[in-house]
Design a protein around this ligand. Sequence first.
Ligand SMILES: Nc1ncnc2c1ncn2[C@@H]1O[C@H](COP(=O)(O)OP(=O)(O)O)[C@@H](O)[C@H]1O
Ligand SMILES: [Mg+2]
Length: 113
Amino acid sequence: MKQVKAIIKPEKLTEVREALSKAKCYHGIMISDIVGQGAQMGVTQAWRGEKYRLDLIEKVMIDLVVSDADVPTVKKIICETARTGDIGDGKIFVYNVEEVVRIRTGEEGEAAL
Ligand SMILES: Nc1ncnc2c1ncn2[C@@H]1O[C@H](COP(=O)(O)OP(=O)(O)O)[C@@H](O)[C@H]1O
Ligand SMILES: [Mg+2]
């Protein structure tokens, strides 16, 4: 099992979630509002002619724990739906998940996903 953590532009959340849901490749999802920095370390913006630096940019973090077999599909769907081609489109991190327990039933492993 793997945890797929995707940091995306907030305006892409609905599209990404609908595409993942349609592909039936996940069992649950966690969504968090975060702020972060990527390679550009923020952006320079202008307001009423004044330039100012915005260090931390609002992003949405999506976490899914899925079977190994579903990882390529999940990555592909997120890449295809979250991409605008502009900087700040986000990133996907994939981690190993050692154990999952469904508290209600005591089921473990993929049965508990
Ligand atoms: N190496 C990293 N470690 C932790 N978080 C990261 C990393 N790279 C990107 N992020 C997170 O992903 C968000 C989007 O990154 P993005 O600007 O698209 O990446 P990059 O500028 O590196 O191509 C950042 O705001 C930050 O929250
Ligand atoms: Mg960036």
